[in-house]
Design a protein around this ligand. Sequence first.
Ligand code: NAP
Ligand code: MG
Length: 480
Amino acid sequence: MPLMPFDIPPSSNLIGGDWICSDAKIQITDPSTGHPLTQIARGTAADIDAAVAAAQVARAGDWGRMTATERGRILTRIGQAVLDHTDTLARIEAQDVGKPLTQARADAVALARYMEFYGGAADKIMGETIPYLDGYTVYTLREPHGVTGHIIPWNYPMQIIGRSVGAALAMGNSCVLKPAEDACLTALAFAAIAQKAGLPAGALNVVTGLGSEAGAALASHPGVQHMSFTGSVRTGEAIQAAAAKNVIPVTLELGGKSPQIVFDDADLDRALPFLVNAGVQNAGQTCSASSRILVQRGVYDQVRARMVEAYNALRVGPALDDLNLGPLISARQTDIVTGFIAQGADLTIAAQGQIVTDATGHYVAPTLFADVPPDHVLAQDEIFGPVQVLIPFEDEAEALRIANGTAYGLVAAIWTRDGARQMRLARALHAGQVFINNYGAGGGVELPFGGVGKSGHGREKGFEALYGFSTLKTVAAWHG
Ligand code: NAP
Ligand code: MG
């Protein structure tokens, strides 16, 4: 089977419903082997101009005039079409980003779920009537921003397209999507599937290329009315600065250093798989990865021993072999992660998983550090690789201090049977999502998601995202 069986011409962007071939190209590679995979278009500022113009035309035309119910039907059809292509999308993603097949398949199913969810929600968002002065009727209208820009990272392309483009389309916006250069293929495949399922031309435009070129052009484009960004803090700052110049709202989702807090009374049998998986899923390249495991002294040795056992069983290899972990996305990311592991030379490595391939891809053994001081760089910085740190604590107050003691605030989990403690900590934790006796790295289409602090601001996913991808108009009518 060809890599991309969707009639997409090589090295092309989707602009206004047409696949436009680009003279400038970027060679991309398979992270499992380091070998060339295919070429993508190196989009320019002119391509972004054309995509924004096409999005404006769609807003002014059929797409902009369509009823919410019909938009919802189209999204629902796209969801079904994505489900029909789950295996194809998973194989593309596995080769493009090195994601083990089972995890890539889960992302494709999540993408379909987003389309179903936002398809169903599209005609259920309503305004209000507001009691006001005698002789007036006042009501609110939820309206699309217009053209929304979407700059997404390489770690969960399908899920992040689902949550941002899905919600934006449901509200009637037209989208311009700039995927990460290391992970463009499922974005292109999705756009092709959506078009075949009936999405009107120009409602979704995709321009591939470099962040510093196509990405920067999109973020600063005066024709864009809302920017949704997921990625690093540094780029997030640039996106927000560019948006400030155009005075448009932004949603920033910038990663985290998310803790799971295990108390002496926790159900360890239930907790164990969540403690490990939330750190090594997608080779730790997950914004909501749980990279800090805080454990109360009474069960610390037991949790450590059981996590060591789990780490010893982890196997790392090519994405198509579908082991526990695939490669990291790139040589650059491998350098960053191994650099962090080297900074733990003064610490105890409790366990490492095994690389079980001779392939020349970007492999890093998952690594568990024990007895890590909370102020150590490995307990403070986002590593974005398969590295977790175990941190012991004495009591609830110390656990809270450590958990809240980083610049980030994306996700946190509490493992305890004490109901009052669950409620206290759920309020006190500095995080956009708190899980009690579970952990939801990446999951939960229905659950509003986003951070506080350096993890960003704004919420995507769930019904809440529809408010972010729309603006409120108040209409006050005097009729006497
Ligand atoms: P990044 O540079 O922030 O990239 C994210 C997206 O922004 C990509 O589409 C990228 O395009 C684009 N971009 C880069 N520079 C841009 C600019 N000046 N203007 C507009 N768009 C721009 O992140 P990365 O380099 O891929 O990863 C670096 C670190 O970011 C990771 O180590 C991790 O800590 C963090 N990260 C977080 C998440 C998350 O989910 N929160 C996801 C991925 C990475 P190109 O890739 O094509 O250049
Ligand atoms: Mg790739």
